[in-house]
Ligand binder design. Sequence first.
Ligand code: FES
Ligand code: FES
Length: 163
Amino acid sequence: MTKKLISLDVNGRRYDLWVAPSDLLLDVLHDELGLPEVRYGCGEGVCGTCTVQFDGHPVSACLMFAVQAEGHQVTTASALLGEGSGNGGELHPLQECMLRHGGAQCGFCTPGMLLTAERLAKRATRPSREEIRYELVGNLCRCTGYTKILDAVEEYVEGAERA
Ligand code: FES
Ligand code: FES
């Protein structure tokens, strides 16, 4: 298949890459750019482990072709919350909430969960517990039973509102 040269803006950095039209954004981010926090789970847009922010909105990278990302900003959890985030090595307040409430166990779902929750906290109005639950419905977790995650996100959005 003929490859095409595209430019991707990922975590504020530009990458020029040769990709096939059928290459998934998930595979390019994980395999080509070496971003382990973008994870393959179901490959069908159901589990949310491949979540990235696409122009600031959470999307499933397994449902997008890499060529569709040209000209858009892609953000993964490492840029938003971890190393290279400009936090000086400090945990992001959302990570602190997750830690405090035990919202991450094996951690496989956590990057996607954090990206969805981070976006949610930027809404104009404070989301209710039910709205948080609804927004996170596309991010599955096999470990926590969700209550601890909801507690963590609820505390975070309250804090984000005060900030
Ligand atoms: S791997 Fe993309 S939603 Fe499951
Ligand atoms: S913490 Fe293990 S899948 Fe969510």
